[in-house]
Design a protein around this ligand. Structure first.
Ligand SMILES: CC(C)(COP(=O)(O)OP(=O)(O)OC[C@H]1O[C@@H](n2cnc3c(N)ncnc32)[C@H](O)[C@@H]1OP(=O)(O)O)[C@@H](O)C(=O)NCCC(=O)NCCS
Length: 179
């Protein structure tokens, strides 16, 4: 089921597939989804929810997998992949298709006011607490603390928003460059 609030702005060049299996994709008021964003119900029975005033830039891909829940006012830069699902691959005598998927690690959760830089991959079980920042090209697994600044593959914390001693970029509003 696809639920798009009347105040959401979705590019006609975005590609949002509706679920054939009854899972829910819900996009709230004020959400902006740019061209060449793909949302695909696949790899699990999770729902996708994108909260108010969140911005999703071009080239992002969302596999719904074990579920994705994105809070309010988040900024997601270009070419990020949300992959909250894993193929089961442990056996050699069965194909990947025969083995289906690994058990859920809880999907992906972004709390409010999170900024994801360009080309970030987010994996099943990622929990991004309120206000955190993820640097370009990172791979996110596990939990990132509130207001932390994270980079790398897998991510490591390099600081916290508002902390002195970091560059001006880290102390500014995390969404400034994307609006
Ligand atoms: C994460 C980010 C916000 C940090 O900015 P910053 O506070 O100015 O960080 P600095 O440039 O001072 O770097 C601090 C350290 O983190 C490392 N670092 C910064 N960004 C990194 C990244 N994306 N991946 C890996 N390491 C990174 C730097 O090499 C530096 O390491 P060092 O202390 O060992 O030398 C920024 O680097 C970034 O990745 N921004 C994303 C930009 C983007 O995708 N914009 C999309 C359109 S808005």
């Amino acid at each position: 089921m696809l639920i798009v609030a009347p105040g959401a702005r979705i590019s006609p060049l975005a590609d949002i597939e509706d679920s054939q299996r009854g899972t829910v994709i819900e996009i709230a008021d004020g959400v902006s989804i740019d061209s060449f964003v793909k949302i695909k119900p696949a790899g699990g029975s999770g729902d996708l929810f994108i909260g108010e005033n969140t911005t999703v830039n071009s080239g992002c891909v969302f596999y719904t997998g074990n579920g994705i829940r994105i809070g309010r006012g988040c900024a997601i830069a270009a070419n990020c992949t949300f992959a909250p699902t894993n193929h089961e691959f442990s056996a050699r005598d069965k194909t990947l298709a025969e083995q289906r998927f690994m058990p859920s690690r809880g999907g992906i959760v972004l709390e409010d006011d999170v900024w994801i830089g360009a080309n970030v991959a987010l994996l099943d079980g990622a929990v991004l607490r309120r206000g955190c920042v993820v640097g370009a090209g990172s791979v996110v697994r596990g939990e990132l603390p509130a207001y932390s600044i994270n980079v790398g593959s897998p991510t490591r914390v390099i600081g916290y928003r508002g902390q002195t001693g970091l560059s001006a970029a880290a102390g500014r509003s995390a969404k400034g460059g994307l609006q």
